[in-house]
Design a protein around this ligand. Structure first.
Ligand SMILES: Cc1cc2nc3c(=O)[nH]c(=O)nc-3n(C[C@H](O)[C@H](O)[C@H](O)COP(=O)(O)O)c2cc1C
Length: 373
């Protein structure tokens, strides 16, 4: 099963299965001299960790990360810094309950990857889904923590803006609120409603989908590349690659189809800093695959968890029709824990594009150009 690597200059390879000994990643291409300790990475992992509220899976994984290579004490400061060599990170799996899955050993969960893995490879790891398990996303979050350090001027934040049919009120958006509630929701008043709603869904053994918005502030103009390395296409690919994601949009996204040309194109004026100032951001901070200097805005839809208690019609590995009920410990709304994963994926893409940008044009041209040019 190849294709476990993404990125070009900042390159991440993940390994491990949900119910194996450990999961982890190798980050190749991180520049030398960046201070890095396990604690720096742990902070991000703790935000994705399961079992932190009744609204996520009760699997209890400490997700403690160890750095196996790629750092060394800096002579001047004594602090551990990256050496420029591959950084290997490992996270032990400590709370697997493989027997929870014995009932579905030969039966496909509708909406999960068992059938497609089986039909392609002739095998699937029924214990939690193996590589298809979102446990793999812990490794992405660990890599993302390193990516953030490569682009310190950039802030990547995500928030849950819709759960099922319940949308937040964007007028009440408060980034500080995201850290205060178990849903990563930026609207304080929506939290109680979401809690009641998800309690009801959870008690019924059902599940629900969500919409997440990711915003990257501080990306300067010029990152990205035409034609097959567009920043928006690589962001979309990274976000679509998160488990259970079924739709991605950038900026105004699908709503742009309803706008007129006058309303959609972001008008420009000169700002006091000598850079253009855009009067709106329908482009989501990207034009022609290259950043404009505006915030980069992406949104994505996460489907409802496929593992539910209601019996569903399915087939088994031997071609027999049957029904399946998925017991075990599952997230009733996987969109919640997808929030830190999305931040990590966006940070990885931006770190990669920053290094590629630097490699191709260095600091770039001085803009605006003199008239004689
Ligand atoms: C953070 C996170 C947690 C997830 N937890 C579960 C889970 O507990 N049970 C489940 O059936 N699917 C879960 N999923 C989704 C599956 O991993 C995913 O649906 C499956 O691999 C099939 O892939 P696809 O939905 O991307 O096609 C989770 C997804 C994310 C992002």
């Amino acid at each position: 099963m190849s294709h476990n690597t993404f990125g070009h200059l900042f390159r991440v390879t993940t390994f491990g299965e949900s119910h194996g000994v450990a999961i982890g990643c190798v980050v190749d291409g991180c520049p030398p001299g960046i201070p890095l300790t396990a604690a720096d990475i742990q902070a991000d992992l703790d935000r994705r960790r399961p079992g932190q509220s009744r609204f996520t899976t009760q699997r209890q994984e400490p997700d403690a990360v160890r750095i196996l290579s790629g750092v060394f004490a800096d002579e001047a400061s004594g602090r551990d810094v990256t050496t420029g060599t591959p950084i290997a990170l490992v996270i032990d799996n400590v709370d697997q309950r493989s027997k929870d899955y014995s009932a579905i050993k030969d039966v496909y969960r509708p909406g999960h990857a068992g059938y497609t893995y089986d039909v392609k490879y002739g095998r699937h790891d029924y214990r939690g889904g193996g590589r298809a398990s979102a446990r793999e996303t812990a490794a992405r979050v660990a890599a993302g923590a390193i990516a953030r350090k490569i682009v310190p001027g950039v802030t990547v934040r995500a928030a849950l803006i819709q759960m099922g049919t319940h949308k937040i009120d964007r007028a009440r958006w408060d980034w500080d609120e995201v850290a205060r509630n178990p849903f990563f929701c930026p609207d304080a008043q929506a939290v109680a409603k979401l809690a009641d709603y998800l309690d009801d869904v959870r008690k019924k053994g059902s599940s629900v989908g969500a919409v997440i918005e990711v915003i990257a502030d501080g990306v300067p103009p010029g990152w990205g590349a035409p034609v097959y390395g567009k920043l928006d296409s690589e962001l979309a690919s990274a976000l679509m690659g998160i488990n259970a994601v079924k739709g991605v949009e950038i900026g105004a996204g699908f709503a742009a189809a309803e706008l007129s040309g006058e309303d959609n194109a972001d008008e420009m004026r000169m700002g006091n800093d000598g850079r253009p100032r855009f009067l709106s951001n329908n482009a989501g901070g990207i034009l022609g695959g290259i950043s404009t200097g505006q915030p980069i805005v992406a949104r994505f839809a996460v489907k409802p968890t496929s593992s539910i208690l209601t019996p569903r019609r399915t087939v088994d590995r031997y071609g027999n029709e049957t029904e399946v009920v998925t017991k075990g410990r599952h997230d009733p709304c996987v969109g919640i824990r997808a929030v830190p994963v999305a931040e990590a994926m966006v940070a990885c893409v931006l770190a990669d594009h920053y290094l590629r940008h630097r490699g191709q044009v260095g600091a770039g041209p001085a803009w605006p150009f003199p008239k004689s040019r």
